[in-house]
Design a protein around this ligand. Structure first.
Ligand SMILES: [Zn+2]
Length: 280
């Protein structure tokens, strides 16, 4: 990113700048999403609430005029979010984060947002992901109820989407029981399992509200026939949550492709893991 803090000392090395760290982390995860095959064309989006993580002074004259939001976000007035741009490919976010990420600030009235140091490309100014309202609705919930979770990652992992096409596997409790049974780390790292959201059209407030509801008891969601969304303190941790669930789904599908149903860990073995890692 090119946001320069006017108070930044000339001797500060960019590597010591928290914003540079954050941008580098998003770029790294964006590369993983592309390499994993979870990010066809411009699919997926990432956002992070950055208040308190970076110095919040920006040069005047590099702030866009306010864009209205379709609903007010009063408790987020003044909040800063780093978000992927609309139409941006994850492989481009990885390669050129300066041109594919934006810093937005919610207006003092909470009814719009401004873009700080808005990036320009050959095709014009970059604007936030078309899923911005959904991200803000989720950030609103997280800020109030789970404030350590600042990052949202949405992506399209084929293995989990494939399972959500099955009337059997898309049943949440059965799916989680099977995925926990595929390898011990799934129970250790995602003990609450996936929250499965029945199909709703992409970008809708219905999908956002259902997601906020499910995030009360889950950190990773599977949107039926669409993709995954994870929330975590960092973008890397959100990626890891999805990655471990996909690993389990991949093992399940590999066993089924090979012509056998996996045995899976027993109930006793899963309970043993919960006792060891989650019950003190
Ligand atoms: Zn999507």
């Amino acid at each position: 990113m090119t946001h320069q803090d006017p108070e930044q000392q000339a001797g500060d090395h960019p590597a010591n700048d928290p914003l540079s760290h954050l941008v580098a982390e998003i770029a790294e995860v964006a590369e993983y999403l592309w390499q994993k095959g979870w990010a066809e064309r411009n699919s997926g989006n990432i956002s992070v609430r950055v208040n308190g993580l970076i110095r919040e002074a920006f040069p005047s004259g590099s702030i866009s005029s306010a864009t209205p939001l379709s609903e007010p976000f009063l408790r987020m007035a003044g909040d800063l979010y780093l978000v992927t741009g609309t139409g941006c490919r994850m492989r481009d976010v990885s390669r050129e984060p300066d041109k594919n990420l934006l810093m937005i600030r919610i207006t003092a009235e909470g009814d719009g947002y401004e873009i700080l140091s808005p990036p320009e490309t050959k095709s014009g100014p970059v604007v936030p992901t078309s899923e911005l309202i959904s991200h803000l609705m989720i950030h609103r919930y997280l800020k109030e109820h789970q404030p350590t979770k600042r990052a949202i990652v949405h992506t399209h992992p084929s293995e989990l989407i494939a399972l959500s096409h099955s009337p059997v596997y898309k049943e949440e409790s059965l799916l989680n029981r099977i995925l926990w049974g595929m390898l011990p780390e799934t129970t250790i790292l995602v003990p609450e399992g996936l929250g499965v959201i029945p199909y709703r059209i992409t970008g809708s407030s219905e999908l956002a509200y259902a997601s906020v509801n499910a995030l009360q008891s889950h950190s990773v969601l599977l949107w039926e026939k669409h993709g995954c969304l994870a929330v975590a303190p960092t973008v890397m941790e959100a990626f890891d949550l999805i990655d471990v669930m996909v690993k389990s789904a991949d093992i399940l599908l590999k066993c089924l492709h090979a012509g056998f149903s996996p045995e899976g860990l027993t109930d006793e073995q899963i309970e043993e893991l919960r006792d060891r890692f989650h019950r003190k």
